[in-house]
Design a protein around this ligand. Structure first.
Ligand SMILES: [Zn+2]
Length: 433
């Protein structure tokens, strides 16, 4: 027994000595790069599960007073977009030394995204935080945790003569655009959301979702039997083809519903429709140009919320190519807005996100070889499962009031900073029905 222990100790010592000698001879680098890593260690992950209390009230960010106010606000929301999605776009577009549109913004910060009842938010709750400045529960839209309606930014700015637009690449009744118009206890009440949209003062409502305005009898999704598409045709202007975005003079002061797809834009089930569906940039250009007409006719300014909805879906689907297509669509829209803001210094442009989706990782393809230009992009949450993550998202700002979009903001602070920036004279609505 004693002899065995002694032999054991001696073998260990020899082993350690030999290992150290080998390290010395070959260099640590060589060993790390050339010896096989024991199986399992690459894919194994340490997983911690921990209950986190949401805790006390949200600390409110102290905002600087904005003297030169913004008469126009363009708010981009990349649904599911954090720094890794932006980095992936930059790398894929032109490598690490290239620059994407958000790199041009003079101010940036980070936004905390949790909701009133969850560490990981959904788009309804975070959309409501941006739009109404309150923490609410996941799934709630424009209502507080008790279900009471809370005024949203388009309603607030309407009182000061702003004309508003909402744009999305999902069905327009989806959570993010709905947060800027509707007040409902659940994002899934799409029948009610679309009715509230048609009754709103929003002048450009552009995205997908024709089926959400049609009855089940007519092949739509509505369970309430209301033929809303007929009502929209009667009271507003319905357009379904991107060519109809060209001649803005046709629309006068009517509310325009652009419903360019049965459900979301660029649905792979209906590729034949893609030719008639506009990009974010095309919808934005239309909304801004129409807004300028409203300003010529007495409005003080405009507000546009443009959402790249499907960055989130690409994250849910763990689909890199899809992610890049959606990031590029947003990129073109941001570039257009930057050019507009450079010529119109009373315009505030904000780019942010409601949450990250997919846990996108960017790492060397071979983790043993950093000196390698093959980059592996992978998602760290399951395909198709609930896979938003709880990391902060970036925010970028250019124009009047930008200085408040720096440091760390709660998502409710974004609303407050937008209102601090916005010109408000309470002169009344310039577009009321
Ligand atoms: Zn999502």
């Amino acid at each position: 027994m004693r002899t065995r222990i002694i032999i054991g100790i001696i073998s260990l010592a020899i082993g350690l000595f030999a290992g150290a000698k080998l390290m010395e001879l070959l260099g640590r680098e060589y060993i790390v790069n050339n010896f096989p890593i024991p199986s399992g260690t690459l894919d194994d992950k340490d997983v911690y599960i921990k209950k986190i209390d949401i805790g006390l009230e949200v600390p409110e960010k102290k905002l600087k007073k904005v003297k030169e106010k913004a008469k126009n606000i363009i708010l981009f929301i990349g649904d599911g977009m954090s720094m890794s999605q932006i980095t992936a776009l930059r790398l894929s577009q032109g490598g690490p030394n290239s620059r994407v549109a958000v790199d041009e913004f003079p101010y940036s910060g980070k936004v905390l995204t949790h909701s009133a009842n969850a560490i990981v938010t959904d788009s309804a709750s975070s959309g409501t935080a941006f739009s109404s400045g309150i923490k609410t529960n996941n799934r709630a839209l424009g209502v507080d945790v008790n279900g009471n309606p809370v005024e949203n930014i388009t309603e607030i700015l309407d009182r000061s003569g702003f004309v508003s637009s909402v744009i999305s690449t999902s069905e327009i009744t989806h959570a993010t655009p709905a947060a800027f118009v509707a007040h409902v206890s659940s994002r899934y009440l799409s029948d009610e959301i679309s009715v509230q949209m048609s009754n709103s003062n929003i002048k450009n409502i552009l995205g997908g979702g024709r089926k959400f305005f049609m009855t089940e009898e007519d092949g739509g999704n509505r369970e309430d039997g209301i033929n809303l598409i007929e009502k929209v045709k009667a009271n507003s202007k319905l357009i379904t083809h991107k060519d109809e975005l060209e001649d803005i003079a046709r629309y006068g002061s009517e509310q325009v519903f652009g419903l360019f797809a049965d459900e979301h834009l660029r649905d792979t089930n209906t590729p034949e429709n893609h030719i008639t569906e506009p990009s974010i940039k095309e919808m934005l250009e239309f909304s801004v140009n129409r807004s300028k007409n409203f300003i010529m006719n007495g409005c003080n300014g405009f507000f546009v919320m443009a959402e790249a909805s499907q960055i989130d879906w690409a994250g849910h689907g763990n689909d890199y190519e899809y992610l890049m297509r959606e990031m590029l669509d947003l990129e073109e829209g941001i570039k257009w807005a930057l050019e507009f803001a450079k010529k119109n210094d009373d315009t505030l442009v904000i780019v942010t996100a409601d949450h990250e989706t997919g846990g996108l990782l960017i790492e060397p393809n071979d983790p043993r070889k950093y000196e390698n230009l093959d980059v592996k992009f992978s998602f760290n949450t399951g395909i198709g499962r609930g896979s938003h993550t709880g990391v902060p998202v970036p925010i970028f700002a250019m124009g009047p009031g930008s200085e408040n979009f720096t440091g760390t903001l709660d998502n409710t602070d974004v609303h407050k900073a937008l209102l601090e920036a916005a010109y408000q004279d309470n002169s009344g609505s310039c577009v009321s029905n």
